[in-house]
Ligand binder design. Structure first.
Ligand SMILES: NC(=O)c1ccc[n+]([C@@H]2O[C@H](COP(=O)([O-])OP(=O)(O)OC[C@H]3O[C@@H](n4cnc5c(N)ncnc54)[C@H](O)[C@@H]3O)[C@@H](O)[C@H]2O)c1
Ligand SMILES: [Zn+2]
Ligand SMILES: [Zn+2]
Length: 361
């Protein structure tokens, strides 16, 4: 029997979100219905609401979530009712050219539920990143459910489903940060702060956090930054060079995604170092660099989609480290809120007041 539950809908471009009754179908083959326990408010939800992703309104927002599997459809073997799961937007297909080359974290054909959730009048909803978890229950592809240790708090576990994983993975997976490396992170919101944490986890000896906002620098210090740079009144490239013997950092992570922050990352890096772009630019942005500098400085210029994570490999491992007290994920939950406070949470995010507001259901 299809179920009626509450969900947070973005009805049209730039319009405030509102709670509506939505219909969640029973899971079909390869699908699962998940009772959502917590869902973080991510910048991407705001992008959807503003029409910055696509025009497929109405959206069912929310995608950084954890919950319990309620029911599964035919042929589902990887999860069962009662399992505690983190929802992911990378249910790999196993068939595409990336998967076949043994690089499933690049999968070009990830799975979502085949059926659609709807409004009461039958209007089909577009779930954010194929998840739609600002709702009491949601329908996803079973592969979007990654089982983890239920001892983890849902409001913390859910954050691994997007921004925190993107930041951790930018350092650990994409940047390949290793013991003794120097790392600089430009922009220390939820994603950049997680990159700082990832750099520490990987054994970086020097971690330089850079932000316009002093509050973010204080948080980054608590998460393992050894040095901080106030970007508002300092030349970022010179500051990083001064902190690294005049050379620049081995890995520089741009967690903002502007042409100027990318240029800073490019020049704040040591010869043969790595730049990782994890912040998401907008379509109007362009970049100009002397091609000789691109060649002459060597190294690697990389982008990080979802931290190049493989949910089945990375989520359980990171939750285990968290439960052992070795990964400070609690610091990312700035506040817990109710389902009807998502619009307020967007405002706080916009003003830089929070790393994450998390809806608890
Ligand atoms: N690649 C991915 O898979 C992925 C996943 C999730 C989010 N993101 C993107 O990562 C970016 C960061 O997300 P977030 O949730 O941390 O956002 P956020 O708004 O919480 O943080 C951005 C931070 O950058 C700082 N900042 C802004 N301009 C700056 C500048 N010129 N110099 C230094 N610092 C500056 C802000 O003060 C803020 O602390 C966004 O673009 C988001 O869309 C990417
Ligand atoms: Zn694939
Ligand atoms: Zn997100």
């Amino acid at each position: 029997m299809a179920q009626q539950v509450r969900g947070v809908i973005a009805p049209g471009k730039g319009e405030p979100v509102r709670i509506e009754t939505i219909t969640v179908p029973d899971p079909g083959p390869g699908e699962a219905v998940v009772r959502v326990q917590a869902c973080g408010v991510c910048h991407t939800d705001l992008h959807y609401r503003q029409g910055g992703i696509n025009d497929e309104f109405p959206f069912l927002l929310g995608h950084e979530a954890a919950g319990t599997v309620e029911s599964v459809g035919d042929g589902v073997t990887e999860v069962a009712p009662g399992d505690f799961v983190i929802l992911n937007w990378r249910a790999v297909c196993g068939q595409c050219r990336a998967c076949r080359r043994g690089r499933p974290w690049y999968c070009f054909d990830t799975h979502n539920a085949a059926q659609r959730m709807t409004l009461a009048d039958g209007t089909e909803l577009s779930p954010a990143l194929g998840i739609g978890a600002f709702a009491d229950k949601t329908l996803v592809a079973a592969g979007q459910c990654t089982k983890v240790d239920p001892a983890a708090r849902p409001e913390v576990a859910g954050l691994l489903g997007c921004g925190v994983m993107a930041g951790l993975g930018a350092a650990i997976n994409t940047g390949g940060v290793g013991r003794g490396d120097s790392v600089a992170v430009i922009g220390c919101g939820g994603v950049g702060a997680a990159a700082v944490l990832g750099a520490r986890l990987a054994g970086a000896a020097k971690i330089i956090a850079i932000d316009l906002d002093e509050r973010k620098l204080a948080t980054a210090r608590g998460l393992g930054a050894t040095h901080t740079v106030a970007a508002r009144d300092t030349d970022v490239v010179t500051a990083v060079q001064d902190l690294t013997g005049g050379f620049g950092a081995d890995v520089v992570i741009d967690a903002v995604g502007l042409p100027q922050t990318y240029q800073q990352a490019f020049y704040a890096r040591d010869l043969a170092g790595t730049v990782v772009l994890v912040g998401v630019p907008t379509p109007d942005m362009t970049l100009e660099l002397p091609l000789l500098d691109v060649f002459g400085r060597g190294g690697a210029l990389k982008s990080s989609w979802y931290g190049d994570c493989l949910p089945s490999r990375d989520f359980p491992m990171l939750i285990d480290l968290y439960l052992q007290g070795r990964l400070e994920l609690d610091a990312f939950v700035s506040e817990t809120i109710a389902l009807d406070q998502v619009e307020e949470a967007f405002t706080k995010m916009h003003h830089g007041d929070v790393l994450r507001s998390v809806v608890v259901l």
